[in-house]
Design a protein around this ligand. Structure first.
Ligand code: UTP
Length: 294
């Protein structure tokens, strides 16, 4: 069995939910307190054992390449934050992790963005990580998926439960058998109409694929929202070879939409000892003021 060593990070979307901030600034570079979102994702990939990363970029995304120009910046950051154990991990893999870039000329959808990286992947299993979801857990989310891949040699998508009123925003799985946190899946449905979702298990931006997924992405089938959807290719792959859903452990932060972004920023600021007390005091003051106004 081939090991998962490569990861694709699609970052060529238009980021319309964050306009006008994303007019010139890539959504993936929006900071959570003091670190661009995409850096959290890259750290998760490295901690999970990924050795090569390809970022799919588009027009106006030069800031991403500039940010990762040298691994020095990442190491310096960890050093300043006194995250010595993480730094050690990163330094161990500094020579192993290479970041490459490819451009998606037109934002035709997530499925198309992944397909753009096919030559870099070749005939190997690989990971995909989206910057819309940050997952906080001791064992990185991607590592958990890799464990399932190592057991099954099959593609795995990371899922978590969402509320009924949110299912129409996600790719949703229809599981037919579940053992522990792992499910076999009847069907993967992209953004089901409200009230029609087969379950509450939503795909959360972490995937491991066998290279056969490219056979289906190469069909360039147009799906929900007029875009080439990754979920549609996953469903086609699932009809040929099992694709598992894994209900991963960890707190997932939805940084791809405004409310989630604000919540994530507050929670990550509260994790910082130098900010925590002052921020809590400030939030308490705000709440008191708001209550008086009401
Ligand atoms: P999203 O739909 O969340 O990103 O895609 P978006 O299109 O940039 O955001 P909105 O909806 O307009 O606000 C999920 C991920 O897939 C990438 C995005 O960059 C994001 O990381 N993506 C999406 C691409 O790389 N190419 C595409 O054509 C579409």
């Amino acid at each position: 069995m081939k090991r998962v060593k490569k990861a694709i990070i699609p970052a060529a979307g238009l980021g319309t939910r964050f306009l006008p901030a994303t007019k010139v600034m890539p959504k993936e570079m929006l900071p959570i307190v003091d670190k661009p979102t995409i850096q959290y994702i890259i750290e998760e990939a490295i901690e999970s054992g990924i050795e090569d990363i390809i970022i799919v970029t588009g027009k106006g995304k030069r800031a991403i390449e500039d940010h990762f120009d040298a691994a020095f910046e990442l190491e310096q950051n960890l050093l300043e934050k006194e995250k010595f154990s993480l730094l050690e991990e990163v330094q161990k893999s500094t020579n192993l992790v290479d970041i490459h870039y490819i451009r998606q000329k037109e934002a035709k959808g997530l499925g198309h963005a992944v397909w753009c990286a096919r030559k870099f992947i070749g005939d190997e299993p690989f990971a995909v990580l989206l910057g819309d979801d940050i997952v906080d857990n001791n064992e990185p989310c991607l590592k958990q998926l890799m464990n399932i891949y190592n057991e099954t040699s099959s593609s795995v998508v990371g899922v978590q439960e969402v509320a009924d009123h949110q299912t129409h925003r996600y790719g949703i799985v229809d599981p037919y058998s579940t053992e522990g946190r792992t499910s076999r899946v009847n069907q993967f449905v992209e953004k089901p109409a409200p009230g029609t979702a087969p379950s509450n298990l939503a795909i959360m931006g972490r995937y491991i694929f066998t290279p056969e997924i490219f056979d289906f992405l190469g069909q360039h089938q147009i799906g929900a929202g007029g875009e080439i959807q990754l979920t549609d290719a996953i469903q086609m792959l699932n009809e040929k070879q099992s694709v598992y859903a894994y209900n991963f452990e960890g707190k997932r932060y939805d940084v791809g939409e405004k409310m989630g972004f604000v919540q994530t920023t507050i929670e990550y600021a509260l994790k910082k000892p130098e900010l925590k007390d002052e921020l809590l005091e400030y939030l308490e003051e705000l709440i008191v003021k708001e209550k008086q106004v009401r």
